[in-house]
Design a protein around this ligand. Structure first.
Ligand code: KG4
Ligand code: ZN
Length: 336
């Protein structure tokens, strides 16, 4: 099947074509205008989505060397995300489906992230433990087979990406915070400061990152000059606290459920230190591991098309009445 995927849940406008699990094209237009506000401004994000959606879809089809008539089905992110941004993708996908007579399926954004793993590793040994860590979510899943997932734990407050973004803001670094902190941490000593590893020792698979951000804020109130004078050490120590917490709990979850493999997804999965720490841990345990290529960690539409192909092949077609769901729950796909 040739599936057109559309993703507009936040500040990326993305379209991709996937054919039998293979990526024919993947186009991502990132909105550059938010960095000066230190975070995403929802109204601006929706307006930019409106401007970008047509050219991005056109480019994805052109790159795949296909006309719209050759597409067998359309998959679009239906939630969770920013309502205005989501609505642009959903309305565009619906009108394409209606005018072109194509089946349409709405995809949970987090299930999309999960499928970013199967695009590159369709043969990943299952059951797997998968950590999805992004700007809005931090979820640990047990995946017994494709299309099934059970939530083992999730964040009780801030997401891991949010911890990076808020930490970067406190350190005077640009949005998005993850890549900024990673860069600032180069050459820094991760042991120079001792930030908390929130809930690392708790007997569950939940996370909590709000306290870590507060620890950095309190430290900077006490030593305001440190943000400049000790930036590499501070960034490295802060990154280490997040990476160690995520890697520790993910490895532990893999032991607990007897997983054959461990995988990462979501924007934070692009973090080099997290990949390094979890990679070492997984290697020691003899499990298989998969960390997606960087362009498939952050938001993209190839993952949405991949999930869409899986569902459309099984006859799951959404009716054209469905709407963007900013608070679409995990249970809409995690149901094993
Ligand atoms: O999955 P994503 O692109 O969008 C959401 O669904 O949220 O994730 C974006 C998040 C941001 O918080 C960003 O700071 C973080 O992923 N991120 C990183 C890195 N690249 C992006 N965090 C840590 N290290 C990175 N290299
Ligand atoms: Zn995402």
């Amino acid at each position: 099947m040739k599936i057109l995927g559309i993703e507009t849940s936040c500040d990326e406008t993305a379209a991709a074509v996937v054919k039998s699990g293979r990526i024919l094209s993947s186009v991502v237009a990132s909105q550059a205008l938010h960095w000066k506000y230190g975070g995403i401004v929802p109204e601006l994000a929706a307006r930019e989505q409106l401007k970008a959606i047509r050219p991005v879809v056109k480019e994805a089809l052109a790159e795949a060397e296909l006309e719209m008539s050759a597409i067998d089905g359309i998959a679009v992110t239906s939630g969770p995300g920013l309502v205005g941004s989501l609505a642009v993708g959903v309305a565009f996908a619906k009108s394409l489906a209606l005018t072109q007579g194509k089946p349409l399926v709405g995809i949970n954004h987090l299930e999309g992230h999960l499928f970013s793993i199967f695009i590159e590793r369709p043969d990943l040994p299952l059951p797997a433990v998968v950590l999805i860590a992004s700007g809005g979510h931090t979820v640990l899943l047990s995946v017994p087979k494709k299309g099934k997932a059970r939530v083992l734990g999730q964040t009780l407050d801030d997401a891991a990406g949010e911890a990076f973004d808020k930490g970067a803001r406190l350190l005077g670094l640009l949005y998005p915070g993850g890549p900024s902190i990673q860069k600032a941490a180069e050459g820094g000593n991760p042991a120079a400061f001792d930030f908390p590893r929130p809930m690392l020792k708790a007997e569950n698979f939940d996370f909590s990152f709000a306290g870590l951000k507060t620890a950095l804020a309190v430290f900077l109130q006490k030593y305001p000059e440190a943000a400049q004078k000790r930036l590499p050490d501070l960034a490295a120590a802060y990154q280490e606290a997040i990476a160690e917490t995520l890697a520790g709990k993910t490895g532990w979850a893999a032991e607990a459920v007897g997983a054959k493999s461990v995988a990462l997804a979501g924007g934070v999965a692009a973090n080099r230190r997290l990949r390094e720490l979890l990679g070492l841990q997984v290697k020691k345990s003899g499990r298989d591991a998969h960390f997606p290529a960087f362009q498939y960690c952050t938001d993209n539409a190839a993952m949405i098309a991949g999930a869409g192909e899986f569902h459309l092949q099984r006859g799951a077609v959404s009716d054209l009445e469905f709407e963007a769901s900013p608070n679409l729950p995990l249970s809409s796909f995690a149901a094993a």
